[in-house]
Ligand binder design. Sequence first.
Ligand SMILES: Cc1ncc(COP(=O)(O)O)c(C=O)c1O
Length: 376
Amino acid sequence: MQSSTKAATTPSGRSALSGLVGNTPLLRVSEPLAPAGRGFWGKLEGFNPGGIKDRPGLHMVERARARGDLRPGGRIIESTSGTLGLGLALAGMVYGHPVTLVTDPGLELSMTRLLTAYGAQVNVVSEPHPTGGWQQARRDRVQRLLEQHPGSWCPDQYSNPDNVAAYTPLALELASGMGHIDVLVCSVGTGGHSAGVSRVLRQLYPELTVVGVDTIGSTIFGQPARPRLMRGLGSSIYPRNVAYENFSEVHWVAPHEAVWTCRQLAASHYATGGWSVGAVALVAGWLARTMPADARIVAIFPDGPQRYLGTVYDDDYCAAHGLLESPPAPEPELLGCLDEKEVTRWTRCTTVVDPLTLQGAQGASDVEADAPEEDR
Ligand SMILES: Cc1ncc(COP(=O)(O)O)c(C=O)c1O
């Protein structure tokens, strides 16, 4: 059953549901990811009802409504199989919009059930596009649905500036919870949360160091597109919301390194999350080991463990993909420039530029055509 009824409001007129988003806790993380007496803080965005993307889900819809791009009762249509689907289902319920999420047969059954329970219509494309694969098939379906539903609207999180602005409250929560911040560690997918949080924190702490975390096989920071096991972070396109100029360095992390870190974090801190949580925790732990002991480091943990029980936390899955064979190296490799070579393990680079300015970079649309499916 599709629900487009508006959610109940509190006496102040604010939706009781949107009041559940934000003010997520901070967790101090130390041994074994950092030596005794050192550590970093994890901002646990998995405490939002659907994860970090509840914030942009609500904000993009609010702004589109305010501008008149999304009319009352208009349908929200987006291609997503990830966390934004949950955020849009929430926003649809808060503001009374039907939601259609276009996905493909790769979507986990648990997600389909959850999104459907939240009232979203999950629209599954059955065939990949002959040349553009699943991603193009999904985009084509979104286009067709937008034409079929007058007054419908697509948020387009990769280039919508409201996906960046949505994170101002998160930055302010960090500032008030931490007092001072020296280093911010963020995973990068659409670029939304790293751009939005760093923009505000830089104004407050001009010396802030921003460290981006990507997966191997992702194009975002100039590496070639490869099939990727890790979801959430990484991309096969060049999302325009990535604020390249804000990053002091980028780290690429491999799936087995993220799995190892997720499991260490779970066993030592009762903290769980997905691929991006493991990847940022690995990098933040290394920063805590190598930076001055009093550096105040915060890492954003985008979601909780629910979607990863059959992957990151499943011994059979991990064994089948060779993810339990070795812990990460104690140090990342260092690249002189983003495209010096293809990286296959934890690696860092301290010269970050927009890869579309690098010689030999493919145009976004060329890469997109044969890209593996996106998951956010
Ligand atoms: C679990 C998870 N981690 C990290 C990210 C990357 O965040 P952003 O798109 O803001 O760069 C996403 C994006 O969907 C995500 O779902």
